[in-house]
Design a protein around this ligand. Structure first.
Ligand code: RIB
Ligand code: CA
Length: 337
């Protein structure tokens, strides 16, 4: 939909596939604070915490921002083949939102399973849809297998996951989203979907510091709740990495989805280690050449971290004002697809 007080160009239809999750929360709020995009659907997936919690958290985060109108469809409860060895409650809190209990949403989940809702949206949209996948890639892999025609209509797939040169965060070799479902990641990163891989190479240097958190915390109740959700994540980063800030992996992926070209990418061939050994979940990125393969992935290899953090903080700082001005959906004429 397009409102007169927003940019003339039609907002980009966006779907977020997510496992909230603290940084997922910031990513969803960033999308809601960005007039360039029209958040059409959120699909939930297992990952940081169990599916029931990632789904409930998604409903509550949308409600927090006055957008309980955005459809939420429930996805996969577990990985494609092998169960995920452990969740990330020690990082995101047992319930997934850093110990913060947001008010329940009045909305219910969409009656359709996530891959059906996503397929129907893709098949009915007259313009390309961007999909930001910021959790394990189970839902996206299922979409490719069950609804390949719909999957082929994805305009751009922005994946938070993997690592080319920075090793892992959940093991020495693997980044969490890929590690949680390596077989799904291999299906997706080995497909011909137009995929951008936003991995640890660009997320680890992009740290949201205490000053930035304080800025959006002061903007109003939504910003204050977002800051509260970050506190446990902040404490974990301080204890684990000695940093006075948080790596907001998923928010950087959403920044690239919202503002294409934010990151410097190179087309690379990517394989995922789906074996049982210590390398399980590692993304093997071939940096010897620029790939011309149809299955190549645009791997993010460069970032202006300061600019990305400023983009995030500035947008999150507008969320309260935007919600006060325009609570709920913008009834500004027909949606663009
Ligand atoms: O490795 C970072 C990723 O794992 C992020 O998506 C975060 O939410 C966790 O799921
Ligand atoms: Ca996530």
């Amino acid at each position: 939909m397009h409102c007169l007080d927003e940019p003339v160009t039609s907002p980009l239809p966006l779907v977020i596939d997510t496992d909230p999750g603290v940084d997922d929360t910031l990513a969803v709020l960033l999308a809601l604070a960005s007039p360039e995009v029209d958040l059409r659907l959120v699909t939930t997936v297992h990952g940081n915490v169990e599916l029931e919690r990632t789904t409930e958290n998604t409903l509550r985060v949308l409600h927090l921002a006055g957008r309980a109108d955005v459809p939420v469809a429930v996805g996969a409860a577990g990985s494609l083949v092998h169960p995920q060895p452990e969740r990330a409650g020690h990082v995101h809190g047992a319930a997934g939102l850093g110990g913060v209990a947001l008010p329940p949403s009045p909305a219910s989940v969409d009656r359709r399973p996530a891959v059906v809702a996503l397929a129907e949206l893709l098949m009915s949209s007259p313009v390309p849809v961007t999909v930001a996948a910021i959790g394990p890639l189970t839902n996206i892999a299922l979409l490719l297998h069950v609804f390949p025609e719909a999957a082929s209509r994805i305009g751009r797939l922005v994946v938070m996951g993997g690592s080319a040169t920075r090793g892992g965060n959940v093991t020495a070799a693997a980044e969490f989203n890929v590690w949680a479902d390596p077989e799904a990641a291999q299906v997706v990163l080995g497909s011909t979907l137009p995929t951008v891989m936003v991995g640890l190479d660009v997320t680890l240097p992009t740290v949201l510091g205490e000053a930035g958190i304080a800025r959006f915390a002061a903007a109003g109740p939504i910003g204050a709740q977002a800051a509260a959700i970050l506190q446990q994540y902040l404490a974990h980063a301080r204890a684990a990495y000695g940093t006075r800030g948080v790596v907001v992996h998923d928010a950087l992926a959403l920044t690239e989805a919202i503002a294409p070209g934010t990151l410097t990418t190179v087309r690379r061939d990517v394989l995922v280690d789906t074996g049982p050994g210590p390398g399980r979940g590692q993304t093997l990125v071939d940096r010897r050449t620029v790939s011309t393969s149809p299955t190549a992935v645009e791997v993010a290899e460069g970032v202006d971290s300061a600019a990305a953090v400023e983009f995030l903080v500035a947008r999150l700082s507008t969320l309260d004002a935007r919600t006060r001005q325009h609570p709920g959906p913008r009834d500004c004429g027909p949606r663009n697809g």
